[in-house]
Design a protein. Structure first.
Length: 456
């Protein structure tokens, strides 16, 4: 695999291109590849891709896209080129297996199989906003989930009563985030549990500030270093990637495709969804990516996603699991907020979908999370419970499509619900949902059981 030093040099020596020129060139090339490789949504309400030949074509189209265009460095305004051989070598050399955490809390993250039988890895939270008063208690509650393999940090707007602005406060806030995370996992009895740093700022100094084996990021922890939309990278993240790779941390990229942008519709977004994790592997050496396809309207919580997005996510994860060793995570981002039935129904759809397509479970969170109102431990536990019930029921793509179809019909026509703050639906002292939320959860679980999922 290319060294990060080589990548850094190419960001300085590659051809100079205006960003607007890159964007329009990307749009044209994606449009051509979608047509040349015949990547089409069936248009019949399909929820899963059933065409194994399309998996092969979509992967080849994504590799050709990367080999033709490369990635764009927004720091230097230059294109970083990769050959097809370099791309394929990188996906072959990815280990497909990572040991994270330390001691008795160490866990193994692995790539999963399409329609596999192995229980999925779980990151229960956060990637969500919580204020500093709640921080250690919230972290403790998520770390108490037995199935949790690692836990991610959170964002916030104030630290020690001060608004976070400017690099010194950003760096300090990053260190405080890690200290709260360490305190929370210790109180949960999981001191060696792996933590992933959620950047307060993507400036290099703020990204590197928590590197501290005693009070911050240990060598068995991770850091979120994401390729930007439209295959764009930048120097601050590359700087952090180089430092953390030598230190020993693992990297995660937010690498889903986005329909409604320069990649066009869902078919073009499939190419972005396959190409971005590979680009993250090449540019930052991220071996783990949360993957799939979203739409600008669903990530903004404007409407519950259409079925075509379910199909696109399944195709992306099938292609990555069939042709690479990247460890895929399904980011479960309901458009409705916590405490609501719609929220749990959307979580169930995503958990079934992820299990069938071989994508591990990652940080369920309201897609437009407000402070303290993005997630609770219940939906994280529910997500794992639904995934395990899907495995026990031995659902294949066809049967899973029937179940997800029923749930999609139940959600059809609903407007996303805003949800409530965690304290209004979850008892953080006793680690359990409040009675109304518990009743909603039991109702949704019973509904899933009638559809064929096998709960214990």
């Amino acid at each position: 695999m290319l060294s990060l030093l080589e990548v850094a040099e190419r960001t300085q020596l590659g051809p100079r291109v205006q960003e607007s020129t890159w964007d329009m060139g990307l749009f044209r090339r994606v449009s051509d590849l979608v047509r040349e490789y015949d990547i089409r949504y069936p248009g019949d309400g399909a929820l899963f891709n059933m065409d194994d030949g399309l998996v092969e074509r979509a992967f080849r189209a994504a590799v050709e896209l990367l080999a033709d265009l490369g990635v764009y460095c927004i720091t230097t305004g230059r294109v970083v080129r990769f050959t097809e051989g370099e791309i394929l070598q990188a996906v072959r050399e990815t280990p497909g297996r990572l040991v994270v955490g330390e001691g008795r809390d160490a866990r193994v993250l692995t790539q999963k199989a399409i329609e596999g039988t192995e229980p999925l890895n779980l990151c229960p939270g956060h990637h969500a906003p919580f204020d500093e008063e709640l921080a250690p208690l919230v972290v403790k509650n998520f770390a108490q989930i037995p199935r949790a393999d690692f836990i991610e940090g959170f964002n916030f707007t104030a630290v020690d009563g001060r608004e976070i602005f400017g690099l010194p406060l950003e760096a300090y806030a990053g260190r405080r985030q890690l200290s709260w995370m360490r305190e929370g996992i210790r109180k949960a009895g999981r001191p060696g549990m792996a933590i992933v740093f959620y950047p307060i700022s993507t400036r290099a100094a703020a990204l590197l500030a928590p590197m501290d084996p005693d009070f911050g990021l240990r060598r068995t922890d991770g850091v979120l270093l994401s390729v930007l939309p439209d295959l764009k990278v930048e120097h601050d993240l590359l700087t952090a990637a180089m430092a953390y790779e030598e230190y020993g941390c693992f990297g995660i990229s937010g690498s889903f495709g986005m329909a409604g942008g320069f990649f066009g519709g869902v078919e073009g977004a499939v190419l972005e969804g396959i190409a971005k994790p590979i680009a993250a592997l090449l540019a930052y050496h991220d071996h783990v990516s949360y993957t799939g396809v979203e739409h600008v309207s669903s990530v903004s919580a404007l409407r519950i996603p259409a079925r075509s997005l379910n199909w696109a996510r399944s195709l992306v994860n099938q292609a990555l699991n069939a042709h690479t060793r990247i460890i895929c995570l399904a980011w479960v981002i309901p458009t409705s907020g916590p405490g609501t039935e719609s929220h749990l129904l959307e979580v169930a759809v995503r958990a079934i979908e992820a299990t069938i397509s071989g994508a591990n479970l990652y940080a369920p969170r309201h897609s437009r999370a407000a402070m303290n109102a993005g997630q609770t431990p219940l939906e994280a536990e529910f997500m794992a419970e639904v995934s395990d019930a899907t495995l026990r029921a031995r659902l294949d793509r066809g049967r899973a499509a029937e179940v997800v179809g029923h749930l999609s019909e139940a959600l059809a026509g609903r407007e996303p619900e805003p949800g409530v703050p965690v304290q209004e639906c979850y008892d953080l002292v006793n680690h359990r949902p409040l009675p109304d939320f518990q009743a909603t959860y039991e109702s949704v679980r019973d509904r899933l059981a009638t559809l064929g999922l096998s709960f214990r």
